[in-house]
Design a binder for this molecule. Structure first.
Ligand code: FMN
Length: 189
């Protein structure tokens, strides 16, 4: 599948099969992150791959703020995490770099059949302690990974950005229409 088709197909998944991801796939994801664009090519990002101490990451993450029961149950939790951290001494603001790296990770994973959820709502203090992350590093994002056990579909945006679950457990994610967010040549027509 080409990149555009992958992008169109990708939706955040928050329920996962308890099936391990081959190390090669995770290494591809990390290598794709390594080669992401970087402001001034400073490359402040580093990565912590977690496939064993999963609870240490899960207990620091918050899930699906718009749903009542959006948090994965014990048997639906991610089977791997990539924690994106940045060295503050290399760059004070690595947010754009982290976004590009995250995007490379989730698309590389999806191309290999692995679903993901980007997590920014993190108990950073606790996670730093759990993973022995030094003080001169910021925790940027956590990427939760696993084979998907949930269906999620794009929905027409009707004034409310909140995603919802239907009676079949399918997640519906409102997305704004292209015509409402694209300005041609200048802002006002
Ligand atoms: C920077 C960022 C932070 C996010 N943080 C969380 C989070 O903490 N918990 C969560 O469940 N989802 C999180 N998400 C996933 C978004 O909720 C999701 O991308 C959004 O609802 C749109 O759905 P889609 O990815 O299927 O298009 C985050 C996404 C981004 C880009």
């Amino acid at each position: 599948m080409g990149v555009y088709d992958l992008i169109i197909k990708r939706r955040t998944i928050r329920k996962f099969k308890q099936e391990k991801i081959k190390k090669d796939i995770l290494i591809d994801c990390l290598n794709a992150a390594r080669l992401a664009p970087s402001a001034a090519n400073l490359q402040p990002l580093e990565y912590i791959l977690v496939t064993r101490a999963l609870d240490k990451v899960f207990e620091c993450t918050r899930w699906a703020g718009y749903l009542k029961n959006g948090k994965p149950k014990q048997h639906e939790r991610p089977v791997a995490y990539i924690v994106i951290i940045s060295n503050k001494e290399v760059s004070k603001d690595a947010k754009y770099d982290a976004g590009f790296a995250a995007s490379n990770i989730i698309l590389t994973a999806l191309e290999r059949g692995v679903a993901s959820c980007v997590i920014g709502s993190i108990d950073r203090e606790r996670l730093a302690k759990n993973l022995s992350i030094p003080k001169n590093y910021n925790i940027e994002l956590v990427i939760a990974l696993g084979y998907g056990k949930q269906k999620s579909v794009e929905e027409e945006f009707k004034g409310d950005v909140r995603y919802w679950l239907d009676e079949k457990g399918i997640l519906h994610v409102p997305k704004k229409r292209l015509g409402d967010i694209v300005h041609e040549e200048r802002f006002f027509r």
